[in-house]
Design a protein around this ligand. Structure first.
Ligand code: CA
Length: 544
C-alpha cells in the first residue's frame, strides 16, 4: 500500500508555493555522523565488488577500469527525455568509463505517467531521475538504495557539498535518517522582482517609489496624466501574468509574504495574517481608481505582451530575466520603452524585502536515485559523484571545454562558434547536448549571464547588493499525523482564500465588515492546526 502523501501536498499549489519539501526529521538523526571509513580502508572494498577510483593519470575520473553501461530513466517536465547521444553524457562516459543508456519510451510525453508505469512494473533501471518527493517516498518503501550507507566512500564530492549545505542535507534526508536522492540544485540568485516603466517616471519627473504610498502616487500620476500620451485614459498601472499570484504578490508591499513563511522563528501563513486587512483595503482602493488591471484575476500568461506591447501597463512583479527582455521585445512598438527593476517598494517595513526567494533544492524539483536492485550500487554512486567534481559540474552546466566554452580567467566563457551556431537561445542549445538538464548536480547560474539583458543584470545587482531576498522556506519533514492535517484542509483553505480575495478587490464584500468573519472561517477550516503542524516540523528542523 503506497502512501500518496507528498503527492497531495504538491497538488495544493498556492499553499506549497514556497514551502517545498519535506523530509528529515526526527529522532534517528545523529547529525550525519555515520561511521566514516578511514581513507586507507576504502580501497579494500574493491574486492567486494566496486572498484575504487584508479590512480590513472590519463583517466583521472575513471570509476572503473572495465567499460560499463548503466541504464537510466529520465523524463521530466513532460518533454525532456534522456538521449543516449547527448554530448554531455557521452563526454562523461569518456571521462568516467561509464556509459548511460536511456530506457524511457520514444515519443512519451507525460512524465508522471511514465514514471508511475516504470515504478509499477518493478523493472527499475540502475539510475532513476524523478521528483525529490517521489524518490523519498519510494526510497522509504525500499525501491531505491540508501546512499548514506556508501556515500562517504563513493561520493566524496557530493558529501562535501552536503556538509557545506546542511539545510539541503536535512531536506533530502528521510525521517528514518536515510538519503535516497541526489538533488538537482538550482542557483537562481533572485526570483521575482518589482519592475516599473522608467520612461514614465522620467516623463513626470518622479523617483522610483519606495513605499506603498509612493506606489499609489506614481500609478495615479501615470493613469490620470496620460503617461503614454495618446490622449486616452487607457493606462492601468499594476498587472500580473499569474492570476493566482498577482494580488498576493502585491500584498508583499504590506508585509504579507508569499505562502508560508518563518517570522521570528514562528511559522506564519500569507492567508492568515492581520496585515492582510490594511493591505487589501489599500489594494481595493487602487483597483477602484483604475491603478490595477481590471482583468487582474483573468488576464493570464500573456499579460506582459499585452500590457507592455500596448503601452498601457506601468508596473509588474515577475521573473527578472524574462521580464527584462521586454525592453527588447516591445522596443519597436513602444517608442522609448524602458523597464527597470526597483527595490521592493515596502521600505516602510524597514529594509525592503522580497518574498519570492526561489530556493535551491525543493521537493518538487528533480533528483537522481539508484535502484535498490542495481548490480553494483557503489559503481553507480561513483559515477554520479563525478557530476559533483569541479570538472563534472562544469560539463553538466556548460558543455565541453574547447567546444561550447573555454576557460578565461578561471571562468567558463562560451565560444564564439557556440554562440553563433544557431538562432536558438543559449539554454536551448545547451539542452540539446544534455547540459542544464535536471540531472543530479549543482547548477551554476553563470551559464545564463551572457544571455541576460542588461536590465536583468542590474536587477540582480540591485537585489543582491541590497540583500532584499527573504530566506527561502526550508524543506521540512512532516510526520504522518502532520501530513494528514495538511491534506485534510489545504484545498478548502486555498479555495476560500481566493474566493474572498476576489470579493474584496472587486467590491463584492467590504473588508472592514467581513475581515473577522474571514479569519474565523480560516480557523474553522483548520488553519491553526496546519500552522501547528508546520511549527512542529520546523522546530524539529531547527533542532537537527
Ligand atoms: Ca493614455
Amino acid at each position: 500500500m503506497r502512501k500518496n502523501k507528498l503527492y497531495k501536498k504538491i497538488a495544493c499549489g498556492f499553499l506549497t508555493a514556497s514551502l517545498t519539501a519535506a523530509v528529515l526529521a526526527g529522532c534517528s538523526s545523529n547529525n550525519g555522523k555515520t561511521e566514516t571509513p578511514a581513507p586507507a580502508e576504502t580501497g579494500k572494498e574493491t574486492a567486494a565488488g566496486a572498484e575504487a577510483k584508479p590512480a590513472d593519470p590519463d583517466h583521472p575520473f575513471y570509476v572503473t577500469d572495465e567499460p560499463k553501461e548503466l541504464t537510466i530513466h529520465m523524463h521530466y517536465w513532460d518533454y525532456m527525455a534522456f538521449d543516449d547521444n547527448w554530448k554531455v553524457f557521452t563526454t562523461a562516459a569518456d571521462m568516467t568509463n561509464v556509459k548511460l543508456k536511456g530506457t524511457t519510451p520514444a515519443g512519451a510525453s507525460n512524465s508522471k505517467e511514465i514514471f508511475n508505469m516504470m515504478m509499477t512494473s518493478g523493472d527499475i533501471p540502475d539510475i532513476v531521475n524523478a521528483q525529490v518527493s517521489e524518490i523519498k517516498k519510494y526510497g522509504a518503501e525500499g525501491a531505491f538504495y540508501p546512499l548514506n550507507e556508501i556515500m562517504e566512500e563513493c561520493a566524496p564530492d557530493f558529501v562535501k557539498f552536503l556538509d557545506e549545505n546542511p539545510d539541503i542535507k536535512k531536506g533530502i534526508t528521510n525521517p528514518d535518517g536515510n538519503i535516497y536522492v541526489i538533488p538537482y540544485v538550482t542557483s537562481d540568485p533572485i526570483g521575482k522582482v518589482w519592475f516599473i516603466r522608467q520612461d514614465w517616471l522620467d516623463k513626470f519627473n518622479l523617483e522610483a517609489p519606495t513605499t506603498p504610498d509612493e506606489v499609489y502616487t506614481v500609478l495615479k500620476t501615470f493613469v490620470d496624466g496620460d503617461a503614454n500620451g495618446n490622449g486616452i485614459k487607457d493606462e492601468t498601472g499594476y498587472f500580473g501574468k499569474a492570476s493566482m499570484e498577482a494580488i498576493p504578490d502585491l500584498l508583499g508591499l504590506f508585509g504579507v509574504p508569499a505562502g508560508f513563511y518563518v517570522q521570528n522563528g514562528k511559522i506564519v501563513s500569507s492567508m492568515y495574517m492581520p496585515e492582510i486587512k490594511e493591505g487589501i483595503k489599500e489594494i481595493t482602493k487602487w483597483y477602484q481608481e483604475g491603478l490595477i488591471d481590471k482583468e487582474i484575476f483573468t488576464r493570464g500568461g500573456k499579460a506582459r505582451e499585452v500590457m507592455f506591447g500596448q503601452d498601457i501597463g506601468a508596473m509588474t512583479h515577475d521573473w527578472f530575466p524574462s521580464t527584462s527582455n521586454f525592453n527588447d521585445i516591445v522596443s519597436e512598438e513602444v517608442d522609448g520603452f524602458h523597464l527597470v527593476a526597483i527595490a521592493p517598494p515596502n521600505a516602510q517595513l524597514g529594509t525592503p524585502i522580497e518574498y519570492s526567494n526561489p530556493g535551491r533544492a525543493k521537493l518538487e524539483q528533480q533528483g537522481i536515485a539508484i535502484s535498490a536492485s542495481t548490480a553494483d550500487p557503489k559503481l553507480v554512486l561513483r559515477y554520479l559523484n563525478f557530476f559533483w567534481t569541479e570538472e563534472g559540474r562544469r560539463l553538466a552546466n556548460f558543455g565541453v571545454e574547447g567546444e561550447e566554452y573555454t576557460m578565461v580567467d578561471g571562468k567558463p566563457k562560451y565560444t564564439e562558434e557556440f554562440l553563433a551556431s544557431s538562432d536558438k537561445s543559449v539554454k536551448e542549445k545547451l539542452e540539446a547536448i544534455g547540459a542544464q538538464s535536471a540531472f543530479g548536480y549543482e547548477m551554476d547560474y553563470d551559464y545564463t549571464l551572457p544571455t541576460l539583458h542588461e536590465e536583468a543584470i542590474k536587477a540582480m545587482d540591485l537585489y543582491s547588493k541590497g540583500n532584499y531576498m527573504a530566506d527561502a522556506f526550508p524543506m521540512l519533514a512532516f510526520t504522518d499525523e502532520e501530513q494528514a492535517i495538511y491534506d485534510k484542509n489545504c484545498q478548502s483553505l486555498e479555495t476560500y482564500y481566493f474566493e474572498t480575495l476576489q470579493k474584496w478587490i472587486l467590491g463584492a464584500a467590504d473588508i472592514d465588515a467581513t475581515f473577522d468573519e474571514y479569519m474565523n472561517r480560516m480557523k474553522e477550516l483548520g488553519m491553526e492546526d496546519i500552522l501547528s503542524a508546520y511549527q512542529a516540523a520546523y522546530d524539529r528542523f531547527q533542532n537537527n
